[in-house]
Design a protein around this ligand. Structure first.
Ligand SMILES: C[S@@+](CC[C@H](N)C(=O)[O-])C[C@H]1O[C@@H](n2cnc3c(N)ncnc32)[C@H](O)[C@@H]1O
Length: 156
């Protein structure tokens, strides 16, 4: 399979900042497109009391993530789909919280426009959506990193 993105986890201390920037409310539905080991998904469910969907194409990561979700007793709040996120409906999402490259965000932008409801929020670590104006941009320095990196917030 031709993966569009490598697996690079978001630094753990950045995740609450992303979810706070997106103003995730209890019972909202958060999607992580390319959910990796589930660190964003788990934080959104555990600390922000959201319902969460993680979409991940790498089976090994899906298995690891489902195991962690079960161990933490969060199965009632979290669904992990082993799917290509380009083929998943986003209509249910209130928030997308992701770590994807500008290249992939650009490919996904028409889908965001078509499927996300007005008022839905997108937060992405490190990379912007080409040609879109962010509602906010904050700089964060992950623990152990040398320089600050941006988190971008977009509101549909
Ligand atoms: C940069 S990593 C981010 C992982 C996780 N969201 C995090 O922040 O820790 C991007 C993830 O997207 C996944 N991915 C890449 N292309 C995908 C696709 N088309 N459908 C679903 N997942 C994909 C990769 O396997 C990888 O786990």
């Amino acid at each position: 399979m031709n993966y569009t993105e490598p697996y690079i986890p978001t630094p753990g201390d950045i995740i609450p900042k992303m979810l706070t920037l997106a103003s995730v409310n209890p019972d909202e539905t958060v999607f992580d497109l390319g959910s990796g080991d589930g660190r964003i998904v788990i934080a959104a469910a555990k600390d922000f009391h959201a319902r969460v969907v993680g979409v991940e194409v790498r089976r090994r990561l899906v298995i690891e993530c489902r195991r962690r979700v079960k161990e933490m007793g969060l199965s009632h709040q979290i669904r992990i789909w082993c799917r290509n996120f380009k083929k998943v409906s986003l209509r249910e999402a209130d928030v997308l919280a992701m770590y994807l490259s500008s290249y992939t965000l650009n490919l996904m932008a028409p889908k965001f426009m078509k499927e996300l409801r007005a008022g839905a929020r997108i937060v992405n670590f490190d990379y912007s959506i080409p040609g879109w104006r962010p509602e906010r941009e904050i700089e964060v320095t992950p623990a152990g990193w040398r320089k600050p990196h941006p988190i971008f917030l977009y509101v549909m």
